[in-house]
Design a protein around this ligand. Sequence first.
Ligand SMILES: Nc1ncnc2c1ncn2[C@@H]1O[C@H](COP(=O)(O)OP(=O)(O)OP(=O)(O)O)[C@@H](O)[C@H]1O
Ligand code: NI
Length: 264
Amino acid sequence: MTPLLARISGLSVSYRADRDAAPALDGIDLDIVAGERLAIIGESGSGKSTLALAVAGLLPRSAVVDGRIDWPAYGKAPLPGRDYGFVFQDAGASLNPVLTVGEQIAEVAERHLGVGWFEAFGRARELLERVRIPDPDAALGAYPHQLSGGQRQRVCIAAAICARPKLLIADEPTSALDMVVQAEIVSLLDELVREDGMTLLFITHDIALASGFADRIAVFHKARLVEAGSTFDTLAHPAQPYTASLIANHIDLDTPPLVSAGPA
Ligand SMILES: Nc1ncnc2c1ncn2[C@@H]1O[C@H](COP(=O)(O)OP(=O)(O)OP(=O)(O)O)[C@@H](O)[C@H]1O
Ligand code: NI
């Protein structure tokens, strides 16, 4: 039996500000299995971020939500920062510009690990090393604007995993970065998740990127879940024409093979 982290049942979300618009999510049923790397893919506007926010309990108050999300692994709704970490696309906007990198990560450690400031700072240093910031000691005292975009995203990842959450949600964490840095960040996430046995919910519009490391793919289109399955099966035998067209649109001479290995 596979342990379930979360079960999403009949989830629909509408943004009230957009009363006449179609719902952002429409009747989503999806399980998140403990320890899996699940990629949520779809075009812009398909509802991916809405799903991530709903899972995280971070939807705006004005959103109208129907359906439910159960958390068998926690027995209650998970606590941000403690039970799950969240990494956003815009690392610059997620960090506080007037606090040093060390202060921001140590704050998470202090709040969620119940340790004093000195120990929290030690934890921050350890994490900066773990996310492979070139000079962790210098980075501890640096302000976000003194780092590159890729390094800022590493800092956000360090803060997100600081309290050793079971679940890491990453919403387009690499789309603001160039290709080389993008690949480095994805391999870092992959490594951290494997080492800590975390569950990863990875949101991207890029099916080729997702296929490189996700165990399972869930395809969203116009607020609906089109299909979900193992990455290998979904890419090799998409059940829906929409998924087939997504795959076909990504295959050109410059794109590396979508599937590099068979099922694990
Ligand atoms: N705060 C909001 N208020 C009103 N409408 C919103 C809000 N956030 C998202 N929407 C709308 O909900 C729909 C789904 O948006 P969502 O951001 O979930 O899609 P997405 O797949 O993450 O897109 P992208 O790839 O562009 O990030 C879109 O039509 C969007 O315009
Ligand atoms: Ni989004």
